[in-house]
Design a binder for this molecule. Sequence first.
Ligand code: ADP
Ligand code: MG
Ligand code: MG
Length: 192
Amino acid sequence: MEAKQIIKWLQLFTDKVGENKAYLSELDTPIGDGDHGANMARGTSEMMKSIEEKNPETPTDVFKLAAMTLISKVGGASGPLYGSAFMGMTKASMKSDDLVTILEGGMSEIQKRGKSEPGEKTMLDTWSRVIESLKDGSLTEEKVKEIAEETKEMKATKGRASYLGERSIGHIDPGAMSSSYLFEAMIEAGVK
Ligand code: ADP
Ligand code: MG
Ligand code: MG
């Protein structure tokens, strides 16, 4: 794992978020407040700006800079959650360069910050199932898409969408979708 490759991963993530900004906000409209696309687009472009300015040289430094910018620039519920995810990856990357270990470090910080479990219709559902498929060798971009789309049938018990109870069923979770872009980007960048 090299810093350059992680930067490429984050650039592709930023591109996907930018391309799908309207769609992410559209997903956040029926079960949230319609700002997820704007939140993520602002945060990821600020993240790339600070990476260009500071030119971090190790994977740990890249993850750390990403964490700091996402926490301060995304806002909403997802800012601290993505920030925590990248902080978890920062810490894990100091001890290991195994991708599963690093992603698990990210996921456990989302859980701590969000007090959430898989199955609650959040970004955590994408993280947990992507990590599972990565472990059993079945992860593809197609699979990542399916995973995010499968939050449609779930009932939200965390975040704004949980205020809707049963009425949250039938809508894809916006954070699960934005996390799917993160993992599609990871595959496209060839991060292993
Ligand atoms: P806000 O809800 O404050 O407007 P966003 O719209 O940017 O924030 O982000 C909403 C997303 O955050 C949800 O779609 C969900 O995936 C995620 N989320 C919210 N609360 C939690 C939580 N407690 N644990 C994990 N993810 C959460
Ligand atoms: Mg929102
Ligand atoms: Mg909001």
